[in-house]
Design a protein around this ligand. Structure first.
Ligand SMILES: [Fe+2]
Ligand SMILES: [Fe+2]
Length: 343
């Protein structure tokens, strides 16, 4: 590892590094932003070279923050990969803009990967984009995900197996984010297969992507528990539909999208949560996402005490739930048809 200090000569640093001329627009130390009042958030090292519009700061041993990279400058990827760059930070005032910048960067990356047919990269980028976006769900950036849904639909138009491939591509470290991406890809594919119009398809795809947003308030030790949950832990999990509803409502999403988040664990026979609603009070979009949510969870979530089910076994389990009156039989049949055609 090569140590490349780049911030020692404010105002006039020129450095030749692996063929790059690096020009830093550092200001005189007296002009530097030196405030402990402003909050700073750690930037992810893997994203250092992707910020252009976002200012990045470093922290000295006295906890003072100094400008490291101004707007309009991008850190060369090679330097980020090979230098010991200190932990960099984003100021609170730039946080929303930085997330929006990353959404743009990742949406462009997804478009490029779709064009080149690199679907594993599409999925990995989706995971990073979602994680970035959900890091500040109340800052107004969630709406940016509708652009991502447009991008995914564009991917489908170029390759009919796009959604089924994205939904089934395996990734390391199964998480709520990956689960949500899988459910969203299946929902988009199913809606198109059921002949829904574009507006409705996009709305349900976005609702599926956001359906578990409320889980950001569930502690990781509960979400990742490698054992059966206690009653108290399950009660905490059961709060995520309402928490998600509040976040999405506050972010200005449509009533359908908010209701999908609130109702996706309801069962038609009234045995679901959080309200125990019955058939007529659960909207169709919630029933569709709820069914795919169940299917995805049992086919992908491999726990020590319970192995993930194969798609055929999962459909048998869901059929039992349909016969008990818990899940919508029409949507189930459409899902079986979609899954058999999309293999
Ligand atoms: Fe959920
Ligand atoms: Fe879910």
């Amino acid at each position: 590892m090569i140590n490349c200090p780049i911030y020692r000569l404010p105002g006039k640093l020129l450095q030749t590094f692996y063929g790059f001329i690096v020009i830093e627009t550092m200001k005189d130390p007296s002009d530097l932003e030196l405030s402990k009042e402003i909050h700073y958030f750690p930037a992810k090292h893997t994203l250092y070279d992707k910020y252009e519009k976002t200012r990045l700061y470093y922290r000295d041993v006295s906890n003072n923050f100094f400008l490291y990279k101004d707007k309009g400058i991008t850190l060369p990827k090679i330097r980020v990969e090979r230098c010991k760059i200190p932990q960099l930070y984003i100021s609170e005032s730039d946080k929303l803009e930085s997330i929006m910048e990353m959404q743009d960067v990742f949406n462009k990356q997804i478009i490029e990967d779709i064009h080149s047919g690199n679907l594993p990269s599409v999925k990995n980028t989706l995971v990073t984009l979602m994680n970035e976006t959900l890091s500040e769900p109340r800052s107004g950036n969630l709406q940016g995900l509708s652009k991502t849904i447009d991008t995914l639909i564009d991917g489908y138009s170029k390759q009919p197996q796009f959604f089924s491939t994205i939904a089934t591509l395996s990734t390391n470290n199964y998480s709520t984010t990956i689960h949500s991406i899988n459910v969203s890809a299946m929902a988009l594919g199913l809606c198109i297969n059921m002949g829904f119009n574009e507006k409705k398809t996009k709305e349900i795809g976005l609702a599926a992507l956001l359906h578990d947003t409320g889980k950001i308030y569930v502690p990781n030790e509960i979400l990742n528990a490698q054992r059966r949950l206690t009653d108290n832990e399950f009660r905490i999990i059961q709060k995520h539909p309402l928490e998600g509803y509040k976040i999405l409502k506050g972010a200005g999403f449509s009533e359908t999208i908010c209701q999908v988040t609130y109702q996706h664990h309801e069962k038609l026979n009234g045995f679901g949560y959080p309200k125990g609603l019955q058939t007529n009070n659960i909207n169709n979009a919630s029933q569709l996402v709820g069914l795919l949510d169940f299917y995805e969870a049992i086919t992908n979530h491999d726990r020590p005490y319970r192995r993930a089910d194969t798609p055929i076994d999962a459909l048998s389990i869901i059929k039992v739930c349909v016969d008990k009156g818990e899940l919508n039989s029409d949507i189930f049949e459409a899902m079986v048809q979609y899954l058999s055609f999309s293999k």
